[in-house]
Ligand binder design. Structure first.
Ligand SMILES: [Zn+2]
Length: 248
């Protein structure tokens, strides 16, 4: 008999501003966009920050041409779920390295947007099965955790603190969506369709993958339904929660 997966707790929604920091255009849309649509619908402010422009993501398109296509798709995809601000940090796609340089650019974004919550993608080694996670996702997630602390320390990356930019130590939690270690989830039943439309906005990318008969709705539905059953709703998105204070 198959093991019943553990129930998930509802995510805290008592916050106003979230910054989503992910490696690539399309990362948010593979699992988190419907959650974003729910939150912007509640009047929350959500900003996207793309560490790369996904310029190495389409085999048949060279990076210089690909960059503009993917940025344009990401901006449209974000607008579908109520996100009007999409920053691109223009770090190199495919070869991101965890380290001080990556922490610095992410910390600067945290200082600029002053979020309560920072969201990133799964940065565990796998997705829960045997499929390995991708190197950029792992580098970004680890750097996000550190950059959130860096952002609050005025003596770290102090050269950024010009033109009115101040330290920001107000991030309460970092959430990693799609993590196999998820303990929490958010009900996406009412905003599921917006999540699908948001993923479909990455048309050139999806086309470039060359997956025959791949259906974005079917794909997202499979994941959302499994998570929904663990939360007691139809559809949901799973998150691993990292508290950024002390004593937990
Ligand atoms: Zn990615």
């Amino acid at each position: 008999m198959a093991e019943t997966p553990a129930p998930l707790d509802p995510l805290n929604e008592d916050w106003e501003r979230a910054l989503c920091v992910v490696a690539h255009p399309d990362d948010m849309e593979f699992g988190a966009a419907a959650a974003v649509a729910r939150w912007t619908g509640q009047g929350k402010n959500v900003v996207y920050c793309m560490v790369t422009s996904g310029e190495a993501g389409i085999d048949g398109l060279a990076p210089d041409a690909c960059r503009a296509v993917r940025e344009e798709e990401q901006v449209r995809s974000a607008a579908v779920v109520g996100v009007d601000v999409v920053d691109f940090l223009h770090q190199p796609d495919g070869v991101l390295e965890y380290g001080v340089a990556l922490r610095a650019v992410i910390a600067e974004s945290v200082r600029r947007h002053r979020p309560d919550i920072v969201i990133t993608g799964n940065f565990r080694d796998t997705w829960g099965g045997r499929n390995l996670n991708q190197a950029d996702h792992i580098a970004v997630g680890r750097a996000v955790l550190d950059a959130v602390r860096d952002a609050g320390n005025r003596w770290v990356f102090a050269d950024q603190l010009t033109d009115g930019l101040e330290p920001w130590g107000g991030v309460r939690e970092v959430w990693a969506f799609g993590s196999p270690e998820s303990t929490h989830a958010v009900d996406t039943t009412a905003t599921f369709d917006a999540g699908v439309t948001s993923l479909e906005a990455h048309a050139a990318y999806i086309d470039g993958l060359g997956w025959e008969n791949w259906d974005p709705r079917e794909f997202l539905e499979g994941m959302a339904r499994t998570t929904g059953s663990r939360l007691g709703v139809t559809f949901a998105a799973p998150f691993e929660v990292f508290p950024m204070g002390w004593g937990e």
